[in-house]
Write a protein that binds this ligand. Structure first.
Ligand SMILES: [Zn+2]
Length: 249
């Protein structure tokens, strides 16, 4: 460190080393005008004011911020997927069957998972309608931990057979491949007929029937009568081995 690496803080009237100042993009020397401890004290004293300002900034710039965020996610899709994959693999390796049964107790008939130490119900609701549980600082889908407890290993994918994402009774859980899990999903809200894979074709005045196979929407046929369309869809489902619950509302 040379003699130049010092800076005067007017707030506490002290000359300090420059590395005791936070970085700044708006000043000439790249450092904030007051030192780190003064800056910290200011932030602490003005917590409410700063939070309000930040909120105002987000509100004023929400459109451009959202656009940037969307762009970032689109441009970095692979990177994000890779990160999620790594995190999942890491977590799957971290939690062992031994550790899970040491901490948690599962009741197969009711689906309840409780902490052995406190007797309290484990897990919280996630935004996607599933329950998550934090074990040793890592987050897991609760039904996956249940599967680990019952079967000694993490599954590829779990299907809630009756479609209720928090009904974790053992009879309601089964391990399926990702493809099979998609076959048992709920009707999309954009569906126009109330029957999965049957859509009204306004131009042709008829019902178009589709089925999703290997990630592709495959056209089955066009029908004037909705019952014929529904029957054609059902026949295709049976032919391709879809789960009986497929298409429930
Ligand atoms: Zn200072």
């Amino acid at each position: 460190m040379t003699d130049f690496d010092i800076k005067y803080c007017g707030k506490c009237d002290t000359t300090k080393f420059t590395d005791e100042f936070n970085n700044s993009v708006t000043t000439k020397d790249g450092k904030q005008t007051c030192c780190r401890s003064c800056s910290k004290a200011y932030n602490k004293a003005n917590k409410v004011k700063i939070a309000a300002k930040r909120k105002e900034y987000y509100a004023d710039n929400s459109a451009s911020l959202l656009k940037n965020q969307k762009e970032y996610y689109q441009n970095n899709r692979e990177k994000r997927l890779d990160y999620a994959r790594k995190t999942y693999t890491k977590n799957a390796l971290v939690l062992t069957h031994d550790r899970a049964v040491e901490l948690l107790k599962y009741e197969p008939s009711t689906g309840s998972l409780t902490w052995i130490s406190s007797g309290k119900e484990a897990g919280t609701m996630a935004g996607n309608g599933y329950k998550i549980v934090t074990v040793d600082t890592n987050k897991y889908m609760l039904h996956r931990v249940i599967w680990l407890i019952q079967h000694g290993e993490f599954p590829e994918n779990i299907d809630h057979i009756n479609g209720d994402r928090i009904d974790n009774r053992l009879v309601n859980l089964r391990s399926v491949s990702t493809q099979e899990n998609l076959k048992n999903r709920k009707i999309g809200s954009a569906n126009t007929s109330g029957i999965m894979g049957v859509q009204w074709d306004k131009a042709r005045n008829a019902w178009n029937v589709y089925i999703g196979l290997n990630k592709k929407n495959t056209y089955i046929g066009r029908f004037n009568n909705i019952f014929d369309a529904a029957a054609a869809r059902k026949a295709a489902e049976i032919e391709h081995g879809f789960h009986p619950n497929h298409g429930r509302i």
